[in-house]
Design a protein around this ligand. Structure first.
Ligand code: SF4
Length: 294
């Protein structure tokens, strides 16, 4: 075909004309399908780890990113269907990063009838002041955010705090800890926080990021990016994400296998002496072991 020939190719398949009604119908079907799948995964995780229990008052941390929007939506859908009573309250913290439009979040929540609380704490100035030039802000920023949210949970009388970490966050964190901090650990679906006051739950722990992303797009949530502050995501995390993504592209079981591995620990085949002892396989180091002198 000459570069000037813009006519459709002849004698081959031609695209059907765009039908907006059919496209909207297909999008609706896909949205319902993904919602069902995600709800099933949240419910499964909840049953296995005791995430949602009768009379819970759950503070849903809503950053404005896709994951937290999807989490809030799914928890409410489950609340509508579940044969038990529990409360939800969405909480967003404006950390005063330039350009953070908190009103877009509250507008949506208001319009859709969610219980919510908007907070504002200038942690951005603290981060700018404390973090050395050229370093990423995220670690201190998240710590400050967490502290403020934990305090808010107490003030709101919530017994649980829901965070939007998903399957990909869990496996990436496990790999990061393995490679860069010499620990075998990830982020559990349910955790009694270090301050002893709060229980953190991660309802999306079984949900794949790509499914969450597609569903979020179909739902058209008002997404607020988390990089308005100008900080870049930690390089190590980016590398690990890319590495897992590449392996998964070659073998579509990789992410699932990594997730299964997190719940399938063979203590006897690792080197943690405390855990071996708990399993009744104590490692006895002898006081008088002659090899100590070597
Ligand atoms: S990208 Fe910015 S706002 Fe988001 S966690 Fe990092 S420092 Fe905080």
């Amino acid at each position: 075909m000459s570069p000037n020939d813009l006519s459709p190719s002849k004698g081959t398949h031609q695209d059907a004309p765009y039908d907006p009604v059919a496209a909207a119908e297909a999008a609706k079907k896909q949205r319902t399908r993904l919602e069902k799948r995600l709800m099933r995964e949240v419910a499964k995780c909840s049953v296995e780890f005791g995430l949602i229990e009768p009379h819970d008052k759950i503070m849903v941390c809503l950053s404005g990113g896709k994951d937290s929007w999807v989490m809030l939506h799914l928890l409410r859908r489950i609340q509508e269907k579940a044969l038990m009573n529990f409360e939800l309250i969405a909480v967003n913290l404006d950390q005063v990063q330039p350009g953070f439009e908190q009103h877009r979040i509250s507008d949506y929540l208001e319009e859709h009838g969610y219980a919510y609380k908007m907070l504002r704490k200038d942690t951005y100035s603290i981060v700018l002041e404390k973090v050395a030039k050229g370093k990423t802000y995220c670690s201190l920023c998240s710590r400050l955010r967490r502290g403020n949210l934990y305090t808010a949970a107490q003030e709101l009388g919530c017994n649980k705090i829901a965070l939007g970490h998903h399957r990909d966050d869990l496996i990436e964190t496990a790999m990061l800890n393995l490679l860069y901090s010499g620990q075998l650990k990830s982020m559990p679906p349910k955790l009694h926080a270090d301050d002893g006051r709060n229980i953190v739950i991660r309802p999306l722990a079984f949900c794949a990021e790509e499914v969450i992303a597609e569903f979020s797009q179909l739902m058209d949530f008002p997404i607020l990016p988390c990089n308005l502050c100008g900080s870049q995501e930690n390089m190590q995390r980016q590398n690990v994400k890319a590495m897992i993504g590449k392996l998964h592209a070659e073998n579509g079981h990789v992410k699932g296998n990594m997730m299964t591995a997190l719940g399938n620990v063979r203590v006897s085949h690792l080197l943690d002496k405390d855990l071996l002892e708990l399993k009744g396989k104590a490692v006895v180091s002898r006081e008088e072991d002659p090899l100590k002198r070597m």
